[in-house]
Design a protein around this ligand. Structure first.
Ligand code: HEM
Length: 169
């Protein structure tokens, strides 16, 4: 059974540059299963590859199925993410080329992604196993000084990562 924490937990402060990457796909033409299945099946091997090759920089990921598919992933840095996308020895580049050749501009399946370098943030996990950012960078119990979302958000402004970022400006 997955171990959950009854105590309210919050994520450790992520290092500067820790990046959240969201990627998803949406079926536009359900009656064209070869098109969207060909994209859908590319995703799991990519995630397996990234879990086997931790040095690529992906810290944690989860895949969600609903009206569409969403993968939430955390990365050591945006540079690692882009390096993976262009790495000739990783499965992304061939998938990207296949998509561009066969599916781009055909309006059968939609793909999207969003990249965020983590800045001000707050997290809480109650009755959860390590999840989200806490799974990626670790977690600790919420102390009395961080009991509210507002306080946790304020604390994230003074983490070493934030201080470095402000100095660099
Ligand atoms: C773990 C999964 C994935 C990650 C981390 C990832 C990451 C990225 C990143 C960072 C880029 C931007 C590259 C750049 O412009 O420098 C990109 C572009 C792209 N990816 Fe992925 N990707 C993933 C899965 C997929 C899958 C499954 C497909 C579809 C088969 C796909 C197709 C594409 C395409 C077509 C582009 C170019 C989009 C454009 O600029 O028009 N990716 N991906």
């Amino acid at each position: 059974m997955v171990q959950t924490e009854a105590t309210r937990m919050t994520a450790e402060s992520p290092s500067q540059g820790t990046t959240l990457f969201l990627i998803g796909m949406r079926v536009t033409r359900p009656w064209r299963p070869l098109s969207w299945l060909s994209v859908m099946i590319e995703m799991p091997p990519m995630l397996w590859h990234l879990r086997r090759h931790r040095d690529a920089g992906m810290l944690a990921s989860r895949m969600y199925f609903g009206g569409s598919i969403l993968v939430v992933s955390y990365w050591r840095s945006g540079e690692d993410l882009r390096r993976f996308a262009a790495d000739t020895s990783a499965p992304h580049l061939p998938a990207w080329r296949r998509y561009s050749k066969r599916l781009a501009d055909r309006n059968r399946v939609g793909i999207w992604h969003e990249t965020y370098v983590i800045g001000e943030h707050e997290t809480i996990y109650a009755g959860m196993p390590p999840w989200g950012l806490a799974e990626a960078v670790g977690h600790r119990p919420i102390g009395p000084t961080q009991a509210t979302a507002q306080r946790r958000l304020a604390a994230s402004r003074t983490t070493p990562a934030q201080a470095d970022a402000h100095q660099a400006l």
